[in-house]
Structure formats: C-alpha cells, structure tokens
Design a protein around this ligand. Structure first.
Ligand code: NAI
Ligand code: MG
Length: 498
C-alpha cells in the first residue's frame, strides 16, 4: 500500500456499504502494490470517519431483521457462501498471492480453500446457539438465551487476509450480529472479493467492508458509539489502542495479537521430520509473517550443531521468487516498511558479537529478488535474550536458535516473554512432551507438528498475545453472543378462565 495515487492501468475497487459498492465520502484513494515486483495492481477507497458512520448506520438497520432471522436460515446462507467461494476458489488464490506476496502453491491457495471451510464450519453451527435452564425449583423457570451483541466492528491485518476476514464474518453473522469489517490497507482485494460473494446471498447491510488506513478508518471504527463489540487481529501495539477504546464505552473486545513462540526440541528428536516440522512451525513459506511462527528455537545442547546443519541444508532448498509461480515456495514480505523492519533486525544481529549468523543474512541488492521485498531465511545462534532480536516479534524469516540442557531451564526461558500465543514441543517421550505442554504459557501448544489453525479449535493467546477465542463453537458463543437470563415465577395465582 502507498498513499500516492498511480494513474496506470490498475483496477479501481469500491467498498461495500449497505449493499452498495461505493467510493469514500472524502473521495481519496490508496494504491495496492504487488510486493513481488512493486507494481500497483489496484486502487481502493481511502475510507474515513464519514464512511464508518454510513457503514454503522447500514449495519444497525440490518441488525433489526438479521438478529431475528431463524439461526438455521442464517446458517444456510453461510453454507451457500462456502459453496460459492469453493466454486471460484482459484480466483481468490490468485488475488491473495498477488496482493500479499504469499506464494500461491504453499500459502495463497491453501488459505483460499480455508475460507470455504470456515464458512461451512460456522454455517453448520447455527443451531448450536443454545442457552441453558437453571434448576431454581419447581415453581421457577429460569433460562438463558444466547443473543447477538449488535453491530460488530472488526479490523484485520494483511498476513492471511481472507482467512482472518472469514474468521470475523462467519462467526459474527452466524450468531446474528451484523458487521463492519475494515480490511488491511496492504491486502484488501481478496477481502473485497469475498465480500462480493457474501453480498450475493446476504441481505443488504449485514456485512459492510471498508478500506482505508488504520489511523483514519480503523481508529474511527474503534471509536464509533454504534459499535457494540470490537474484534481485532494485528499488532499488540494497536491491540492496546483498541482495548482502550473499548474500555471508554465498556464494549466487549477480542484481541488476537502478536507472538514470539518457542519451539523446544528434545535430544531424542534430531531427525529429518522434526526439521520439516520446524520449517513449517516457523512459517518460512509465508516469509514467517505469522503470529504463531515458532521463531525461538530451543535446541538441546547434544544436538545443537547437528540439528542446525540439517535445518540449513533444507531451508536452503526453499525456492524464493514470484508469488504467482507454482514452483515458488516462499514469496515476498508485504511492503517496504515491513521489509526494512526485517532487514533492521538482521543487520543488528550481524553486528552483535556473541550471536553467530548461521545462514541467510541481508537480502540481495541486485538480481531478480531485488525487484521485490524478498527477505531470505536467516538463522542466528545464541542471541542473548536481552536483545530485541530474541524478544520482539520480527514478522519475517529470522529464527533465533538457543541452546539448552536442563528441562526446567528451557521452560523458564520459553516463558520469559511478554507473549504467549503458540508453542511447539518435539520429542518421542510422551511424558516429557506433556509436562512441557502443560508448563508453557501459551494459548496453543503443538506436540510433534507445526500446523496452522483449523475451524473448531479454540485459538488465541495468553499474556500480551491477546484475549478471547473466535475459531470454534465456544469461541463464537463467548465472543459473539451475550447471555440473557429470563427468570419466571410459574406459581402466580391463576386469573379467571375466560
Ligand atoms: P497493525 O496492527 O498496525 O495493522 C493491523 C490492522 O490494524 C490494519 O487493518 C490496520 O489498518 C489497523 N490499524 C492500524 N492502526 C490502527 C489504529 N490506530 N486504530 C485502528 N486500527 C488500526 O500491523 P502492521 O503495522 O501492519 O504490522 C506491524 C507489526 O504488527 C508486524 O511487524 C507484526 O509484528 C504485527 N502484526 C501481527 C499480526 C498478527 O497476526 N498477530 C498481523 C499483522 C501484524
Ligand atoms: Mg501499524
């Protein structure tokens, strides 16, 4: 994304408000770039406070009917959306690869397929919006209803834009809320495409999708008095701002924020399949732009050198290049700002006297890779935990390898972080694996695998990685409904029978 307008042949997109495709009231626009070659591929409206007002008004109006629609009928619509996305999933995969720089084979296509899965999963859950009855006694009927909250304001990032967009749309709408969703300025095109499919089936105003900058459009959405629930995925820094806005109006908030997740490899796991798992957990093929990236690799001292040797051999075979090329394993970093940020960490690591650059380093300054924001997989050994490199979320393919010998010590180091999103444990010994899994402070621990989230799994963070869960039935109930209790005295004197 860049604020400058380009008058070339790039297509012009509009936002979805109240069933209409519109420009921003202010009339401004933003350019969307392909980070693989820095070309402008589209222009989007630069939404602002007035657009937020219009969208919230449309969602408020639509809520009156949508919230009263029989849940099963809402679910049926989500199932139709799932089928329609699936029928045209390749279009979505290409859009996502082009705008995010994520390689089509390894990332964008699986993500696009995941969107259909998410709509299908939540479509099937509509009848599960059940309440409870409370046994206060024979003369009382006390029951709870799971009611929708109202207009939800959701803000999403660019790293897995359509998966994260679907994860707001499907549960929020299934539960009977209406939604104003702000797409990330760097990757709005797949989300707008998804919105156009949704709009074929949804009543006007149930889903509204805005584009624009965080400080303008996002901030206005988070402050809007008509928003009854805020749901945010992105940086911890912005998450704190969102929570402050939520506090000002006492609205519930869900936050899915950053991470610096540990991967602990035990001495019995110096094996090829574990190397593959570490590469998957680190999300190297998404340029490690993932909140769950296992970016702190704790290797037992006995296997430290041998494991890193194997890891280097495998990572070097990853093909970096054009995101739309089927041969590509790893594409480009989203934008110049993030690219420079990643390079800054690498530069700093190279300068640190104690850390050893095992492989990777600064990106090439000439040749085809210099035409896009291509970072190369990089591993530093022994960075001190005091350094930024070892503590901060880099959101790029920079892995820190740390030596350990004692189990208690490695758990302590793993927990020495203000984040607590994901973790990975690698060993054949089930007792050790589960001891570690229970001791690690994280919302999600995987043992002997480094996979992504699936619908049904209550995904989310502890500590500064976030609050709330959205990716499951319980997540939908907790994050997108509110309980109302109705208590009835059944024992009132009967009136005359008429
Ligand atoms: P960001 O948190 O600034 O952006 C995420 C979304 O929030 C975008 O839609 C953006 O427009 C919006 N936003 C930004 N400022 C806002 C504000 N003041 N009020 C309301 N909405 C606002 O993330 P950014 O700048 O793209 O990336 C910076 C770092 O954040 C990354 O290096 C990474 O460490 C982290 N990040 C984490 C993600 C995750 O999945 N947990 C996703 C994206 C970034
Ligand atoms: Mg930002």
């Amino acid at each position: 994304m860049s604020v400058a307008m380009d008058t070339g042949g790039a297509r012009k997109e509009r936002m979805l408000i109240g069933g209409d495709w519109v420009d921003s009231v202010g009339g401004g626009g933003l350019a969307v770039e392909n980070p693989g070659n820095r070309s402008v591929i589209a222009h989007i409206p630069r939404g602002g406070a007035e657009d937020v007002d219009r969208a919230v008004a449309a969602a408020t109006e639509a809520f009156k009917t949508w919230s009263k629609t029989v849940p099963r009928d809402r679910g049926r619509i989500l199932l139709k959306i799932a089928d329609a996305v699936e029928a045209r999933v390749e279009e979505l995969a290409r859009i996502v690869a082009e705008e995010t720089g994520n390689a089509i084979r390894t990332q964008a296509r699986p993500e696009a397929n995941g969107v259909a899965d998410i709509f299908r999963y939540f479509g099937g859950l509509a009848s599960e919006l059940k309440g409870e009855t409370i046994p206060f006694g024979e003369h009382v009927l006390s029951y709870t209803r799971r009611e929708p909250i109202g207009v939800v304001g959701a803000i999403i990032p660019w790293n897995a834009p359509v998966m994260l967009g679907a994860l707001k749309i499907a549960p929020a709408l299934c539960a009977g809320n209406t939604l104003v969703l702000k797409a990330a300025e760097d990757a709005p095109l797949g989300v707008l495409w998804m919105a156009s499919i949704c709009q074929e089936f949804l009543p006007d105003g149930v889903l509204n999708v805005l584009t624009g900058l965080g400080e303008e459009c996002g901030a206005a959405l988070s402050k809007h008095p008509g928003i009854r629930k805020l749901s945010f995925t992105g940086s911890t820094e912005v998450g704190k701002l969102i929570m402050r806005e939520a506090a000002a109006r006492i609205v519930p908030v869900s936050l899915e924020l950053g991470g610096k997740s540990p991967s602990i490899v035990y001495p019995d796991a110096d094996e090829d399949w574990v190397v593959d798992g570490i590469i998957a957990a680190m999300r190297f093929t998404r340029q490690s732009q993932s909140c769950t990236a296992g970016s702190r690799l704790f290797l037992h001292a006995d296997i430290f050198d041998s494991f890193l040797g194997k890891l280097a051999d495998k990572v070097k075979t990853l093909k970096i290049g054009d995101p739309l090329d089927e041969e590509t394993d790893m594409g480009a970093v989203i934008n110049e700002k993030q690219f420079r940020k990643v390079c800054g960490y690498v530069e700093e690591g190279i300068k640190q006297p104690d850390a050893e650059l095992l492989f990777g380093g600064m990106p090439p300054e000439a040749g085809p890779l210099s035409e896009g924001y291509f970072a190369i997989p990089t591993v530093f050994a022994n960075p001190s935990n005091d350094w930024r490199l070892a503590r901060e979320e880099i959101f790029g393919p920079v892995l820190c390898a740390i030596r350990w010998t004692d189990e208690e010590e490695v758990i302590r180091m793993a927990n020495e972080s203000h984040y607590g999103l994901a973790a990975y444990v690698w060993t054949h010994d089930i007792g050790r694996a589960l001891r570690a899994a229970h001791a690690i402070e994280a919302g999600w621990v995987q043992v002997n695998q480094g996979l992504g989230q699936s619908p049904g799994h209550s995904y989310g963070g502890t500590k500064q990685s976030g609050i709330g869960r959205e990716f499951s039935l319980e997540g939908m109930l907790d994050s997108f409904t509110q309980r109302k209790n109705v208590t009835v005295n059944v024992n009132t004197p009967s009136g005359p029978l008429t």
